[in-house]
Design a protein around this ligand. Structure first.
Ligand SMILES: Cc1ncc(COP(=O)(O)O)c(C=O)c1O
Length: 256
């Protein structure tokens, strides 16, 4: 059987938390299949599957937050949880569901849904007909335009291009992600792996913005650029983005 040191260490931390900080029965566990705002952090193989087993043993539900990862963005699967072999009790979704229209949805089992009728719950805008039409149309367009396959092909292209920049520049510490959910972790140098300071991150960010590339910033220390472009992006758009990012890195490395 495969073993993974990181997975075992994180499972150990979960056990410590369960033993020391929560009651013996837990309500549930919620996680994104890849952490977005925390800097495109991927879990070790097998981690989420084992978490699900541990949480279920304690009577808890497994909730997959697919707000960023869902609707095919990861390329290989429509939902991020599918890549981890887990079967969530609840899935939350938003953002991509409406292609810019303000929408969100929660999908769950009939049994859990029925429990919501026990207490009074209501939602002023829930079931809005316009939102429902937009949501259905978005699903059709994702299918008709092959956007999940686009995420897989162009996401891989983006990762490979950025990996070249990682080899070229000392301040690019790591390039990671899946499909069109990509993170570039910036460091002071590869040996120390210390986060690139905020002022330098902001310079690169602003340089890119002025040249026409909008980036996201995430990570514990704000050290990771996040690239989650629209799923309909073209190869030319990706090449433009990488070229702009490269110029910004050159300026930063040469002291402007
Ligand atoms: C992973 C994740 N979950 C949930 C949310 C909240 O989404 P909403 O404000 O559409 O409910 C966000 C928003 O940034 C998010 O990134």
């Amino acid at each position: 059987m495969e073993s993974c040191q990181a997975k075992d260490a994180y499972i150990g931390q979960l056990h410590t938390t369960l033993q020391s900080a929560v009651p013996s029965r837990v309500a549930g566990f919620i996680a994104e299949p890849i952490q977005g705002v925390n800097g495109i952090v991927q879990y070790p193989k097998g981690f989420l599957k084992e978490v699900q087993e541990i949480i279920r043993e304690r009577g808890g539900l497994y909730i997959s937050d697919e707000v960023q990862t869902g609707f095919g963005r990861l390329g290989s699967h429509y939902w991020g949880f599918q890549a981890h072999g887990v079967k969530p009790d609840i899935v939350t979704m938003a953002k991509g569901i409406g292609n810019g229209f303000p929408m969100g949805a929660v999908v769950t089992t009939p049994e859990i849904a029925a429990s919501l009728s026990v207490a009074m719950t209501f939602n002023t805008f829930g079931g809005n007909p316009l939102a429902c039409v937009i949501g259905s149309t978005v699903l059709e367009v994702i299918e008709a335009d092959g956007l999940m396959a686009n995420c897989e092909t162009l996401g891989t292209h983006l990762l490979l291009e950025l990996a070249n920049l990682r080899d070229e520049f000392e301040i690019v510490g790591d390039v990671r992600g899946k499909g069109l959910m990509v993170g570039v972790e910036m460091v002071q140098d590869k040996a120390s792996q210390k986060p690139l300071p905020a002022q330098k991150m902001n310079q690169i960010f602003e340089d890119c913005r002025e040249m026409g590339l909008l980036l996201g910033i995430g990570g514990m220390y704000g050290q990771t650029f996040r690239m989650n472009p629209p799923m309909c992006i073209s190869r030319q758009d990706i090449d433009f983005a990488v070229a702009v990012f490269r110029v910004a890195l050159q300026r930063q490395t040469r002291g402007r």
